[in-house]
Design a protein around this ligand. Structure first.
Ligand code: ZN
Ligand code: ZN
Length: 373
């Protein structure tokens, strides 16, 4: 994507009460202004209300879902994206007792109601309330991590904000939400210890998924077209890491499974060919989980008889589970998962378009891109 950068401009909110006194009431933010258009602007520091906190952002991961929203202009502008953030609390609203100014935190941006039809079925990301974004740096809430300060709303303060231990960096903590989404996918897929899992794509998400599956006792095959990523995949625990065009993936999986095929394939790459291939790589009754197909209306070929006759399941998983928050925090804070190794580039806020470009055009050297506002 060629993300254009608009010149710096000043945004004046019509209502002066929107303004906070922190930092003279002004901050820098990277504002999405339309399809592939990011503008670096001076905007008011968000004002917080009762039960809310204000966080000075120190690290914010660039997520694939943000990339797609910006690249295809999937949502109306203006918005400030960035939901994988961690930082320091600089202000607490009245009634906040769980947190104090100066504490280091990471926050989830969606929390379910726990009461509705979908929540009762534990389909938290389908909950109507869950879709409300609870962190913002101004405009229509969209995460807000691509700004200096972010306002965390009361329901996120109560249930979606996590204290970061002293020996864990902001960057590491910014992986809480992405890791949670991987754990949720594995739970959705019913992964059992000892199963053989093929992960399509060993980018930052695929490597996170590979490590998560390993932690759950799976034997993992990582697939990617970049040699450098295959090397990191082996280093971080994949039993086998292969190049889909050069290597015979089927034979390798067959050797690991007495000729049956993989128990589970996870498509962590936006590739319809990978979906087709995954349907062939899993055993009869195996599962294929879609994890990167987030663009509405995208059609892909599926082999219907493999679903019907061979009883292979085609499933999906999206976003995080509130019930896995503690588990994700434990895995990162105790370094069961190496997230630091996944960061390849760090950019100042001013260079967000460059970071977005890099994240959407991966190279041999690039993995996770982190913004440091
Ligand atoms: Zn994300
Ligand atoms: Zn609900």
């Amino acid at each position: 994507m060629a993300v254009r950068m608009k010149e710096q401009q000043q945004t004046v909110f019509p209502n002066g009460s929107e303004r906070n006194s922190v930092n003279g009431g002004q901050m820098r933010a990277a504002v999405y202004r339309g399809e592939s258009l990011i503008s670096l602007e001076t905007v008011p520091v968000p004002k917080i209300s009762e039960g809310e906190i204000l966080v000075r952002v120190h690290a914010c991961g660039v997520c694939g879902t943000d990339l797609k929203k910006i690249e295809y202009g999937l949502v109306p502008p203006p918005r400030i994206f960035g939901h994988e953030f961690a930082g320091t609390i600089v202000e607490t609203g009245s009634g906040v007792t769980r947190f104090r100014v100066g504490e280091r935190v990471a926050a989830h941006h969606h929390i379910p109601c726990r009461k509705c039809f979908y929540c009762r079925k534990k389909l938290f990301s389908q909950c109507e309330f869950y879709r409300r974004t609870g962190t913002t740096a101004g405009f229509e809430p969209a995460g807000g991590g691509f700004a200096e300060y972010v306002r965390v709303m009361n329901w996120i303060v109560e249930e979606g904000t996590v204290l970061i231990p002293d020996d864990v960096s902001f960057e590491e903590a910014s992986f809480l939400e992405p890791l949670n989404t991987c754990l949720k996918a594995l739970e959705t897929a019913g992964l059992e210890s000892g199963e053989v899992v093929v992960v399509y794509g060993q980018g930052p998400v695929g490597l996170l998924m590979m490590q998560s599956a390993r932690c759950e006792g799976a034997r993992v095959v990582g697939l990617d077209f970049f040699e450098s990523r295959l090397a990191i995949s082996r280093e971080l625990g994949a039993e086998v890491a292969l190049h889909p065009e050069r290597d015979n993936v089927r034979d390798a999986v067959a050797r690991m499974t007495e000729g049956r095929g993989a128990d589970l394939a996870i498509v962590a790459a936006a590739s319809s060919r990978a979906i087709e291939d995954a349907q062939g790589i899993v055993r009869r009754g195996g599962r294929v989980l879609l994890f990167a197909q987030t663009v509405p209306g995208e059609m892909v070929p599926v082999n219907a008889s493999r679903i019907c006759v061979e009883e292979k399941k085609l499933i999906g998983s999206y976003s995080a589970s509130i019930e896995l928050q503690e588990k994700a925090a434990h895995m990162i804070f105790k370094r069961k998962i190496n997230v630091a190794r996944l960061i390849s580039h760090r950019f100042a806020l001013e260079l967000l378009p460059e970071g977005i470009h890099l994240a959407s055009h991966p190279s041999e050297q690039s993995l996770k891109v982190v913004i440091q506002p």
